[in-house]
Design a protein around this ligand. Sequence first.
Ligand SMILES: [Zn+2]
Length: 364
Amino acid sequence: MDEPPYQVLFSVFTFVLGAVVGSFLNVCIYRLPLDLSVNEPRRSFCPACKNPIPWHQNLPLFSWLFLRGRCANCGAKIAFRYFAVELLTALLFLAVWQLFPWQIAIVYWVFVSLVIAATFIDFEHFIIPDQITIGGALAGIAASVLVPQLMDADSRVAALIRSALAAALGYIILWIVLEAGKLAFGKKRIRFDAPTPFSWNRHEDDADFVVGEERSLWSDHFARESDRLLLYCHEVKIDSRSYGEVTLDFHYNRLKAGDDEFALDQVNEIAGVAHALQIPREAMGRGDLKFLAAIGAFLGWRAVLFSLFGGSLVGSLVGLVTLVLGKRVWSAKLPFGPYLALGALIWMFFGDELVRWYIGLVSP
Ligand SMILES: [Zn+2]
């Protein structure tokens, strides 16, 4: 080791700091989408038994390993996600510290934290909260004023303008994609030529949805929590309850028939005759627009383009692979935010090399 000892010390400190921040991110990932405060109650608690977790059972990385992923009080399983988030944050903090000058590294720590929280919340809830996206965009602009090198600018004013413009570009470009997508796909209302029999049969977490000759997986029709599927029926039977002329208003997990509401995990079978169907076709939520704005505010306009196109490319590949493997449930449910996040991180670490490689390619 030819590194001076204090540098090793800094690296260890950085890794530990990352693990501690990762532990806090776990709290945000659990609490933000539920609108629980992140400081109140101050003490972490077990999601199963609500017992407060004492500090010595709440050490990042170690506790999860020593308790073998279980709550010390009630023995409930604690998701591997808690450990993964802490380790990922620690490793990314260390990598950022090794690769960038310290002023930039500190800003990138903040950015990495936002990206990790956004990714894991989006995976579980199909949303990215405004605290992360709008808060992140504002933080990115403020950071660019403090550290103009982030925007390759030599004055604070220039950095402010570049960062704000990159945020605006991120929002607008994805908005255009979204609106164009709506024009191309939109909500699709299908009117059947003749009354058409349909059925919905639950198996475990998913259901077979058959309309006329067309068979599909239930989860394939829903990308977002807010997506609605409408089925205009002449008659329908939901388990043992019968209805006449009624519109079934579905979300991915629940159903309204007239004044009655059903949770779909309580329903086994729906069958009837329909005359029209309206299916949702929105691949992205508004959260993704604001998230790309935050990416722009921290990393600049080229990162916006790279995250969008790189993210779409990886997203399509994963979609294709899962399609081939027959795991369509996953591909249909996978949100776009994590792909934007992946694109942004690749850009943050390798953007300069990628640009150099590209320039070498077009002008050898
Ligand atoms: Zn417990």
